[in-house]
Design a protein around this ligand. Structure first.
Ligand code: GAL
Length: 350
């Protein structure tokens, strides 16, 4: 079992073990024409959204096996935030005979090594969630991207915030008619962070809400880092903060943690908005700690990625997959407020 190079720990370990038991390294399976091998590498297995996306992907496998009569072997690696590690993982997956490799790039500006390795062996690559620039995706005709329509999440977050400001005068705490906000941003340079912030704010403005930015903190999608940044901003601006626009649910929850740790009474909390609709995010919308979130369709993305991987691995038709520009699959987002939560909590059953 040499394939898990970066010590896979609890959480994803159970699904890895299950996949290995299903015969990842089974030599007989390799000779079976009705079996394919899919490699997956994620930038950070402890990222809440990514780990839930991979859980969905694994859960879809057995249905796909039943539907197609093909045995699907899968290997999942954690790049642990190192592009160099991820490059070696791809090399190893190619050596292991993967028919297609799904890559959640660590550094979305640095896919060259991986593309070159795969092209040399003519193995198609599906990049997901962390979108590389178009010129890189154009470099070879067997490169694909599965993700979401990034700008849409910002627009929806801005729409929910505008609707709250316009319908509930109590959120304008100082009654100056202006929504004073702070932003908790994901990684610098990540397409979702840049686009979400930009569109959330421009949508508020388009909806005729006057806004004033008090500050921002980069918290790398991470709850603990967001708590630290929010604590600092509360220290600086205190009750002036009326709105927290977080680029994802984990960071929105970090803001909640900061407010709780400082024992700020609930009625004095700002409006807090997330994006993703992770399990913990949805729970926080249900109990109204978050005013809303935007559903990042992990089930849809996982299934699209599996269907595409299957077709690529078996040399099947791609025409049914509705690829944009023959390369992209982008799933839509959806607004989630407290009344919608239950529907999304049961999303996988729909
Ligand atoms: C975003 C997601 C974040 C984080 C990031 C990782 O789409 O909203 O929570 O998972 O991807 O690339």
């Amino acid at each position: 079992m040499r394939r898990i190079k970066t010590g896979v720990k609890r959480g994803m370990a159970w699904c890895l073990i299950a996949m290995m038991l299903s015969g990842c390294q089974n030599k007989d399976a390799l000779q079976d024409p009705k079996s394919i091998r899919i490699g997956v590498t994620v930038y950070d297995q402890y990222d809440t959204f990514i780990s839930q996306l991979i859980t969905c992907f694994s859960a879809d496998l057995s249905a796909k096996e039943k539907e197609t009569g093909t045995v699907i072997h899968i290997e999942v690696y954690n790049a642990a935030d190192s592009q160099t590690t991820q490059n070696s993982q791809v090399e190893e997956m190619l050596e292991n005979g993967c028919d297609v490799i799904c890559v959640n790039l660590v550094d979305r500006t640095d896919p060259t090594t991986i593309i070159d390795l795969a092209e040399k062996q003519n193995i198609p690559l599906i990049f997901f969630n962390r979108e590389l620039v178009e010129e890189d995706l154009e470099r070879w005709n067997r490169l694909y991207y599965v993700g979401a329509k990034a700008f849409e999440s910002g627009v929806m977050q801005g729409e929910i915030a505008a609707e709250i400001f316009q319908s509930d005068p109590s959120v304008d705490k100082n009654q100056d008619g202006i929504f004073q906000y702070v932003v908790l941003e994901g990684e610098a340079g990540h397409q979702d962070a840049i686009v979400r912030t930009e569109y959330a704010v421009s949508t508020l403005v388009e909806q005729q809400v006057l806004v004033e930015k008090l500050g921002y903190g980069i918290a790398n999608w991470n709850r603990a880092q967001a708590q630290t940044k929010m604590t600092q901003m509360l220290d600086q601006h205190g009750k002036e903060i009326e709105l927290v626009l977080a680029n994802n649910d984990d960071m929105a929850l970090g803001a909640v943690d900061a407010l709780k740790a400082l024992q700020i009474p609930r009625e004095d909390w700002p409006v807090i908005m997330g994006i993703d609709g992770t399990d913990v995010g949805l729970e926080a919308v249900a109990n109204k700690e978050l005013a809303g979130t935007v559903y990042n369709d992990k089930e849809g993305q996982a299934l699209a990625m599996l269907n595409l991987a299957y077709q690529l691995a078996t040399g099947g038709e791609l025409s049914d997959l509705a690829l944009e520009d023959e390369k992209y699959i982008r799933l839509p987002y959806a607004k989630v407020e407290s009344e919608d939560v239950e529907r999304y909590q049961n999303r996988e059953k729909l």
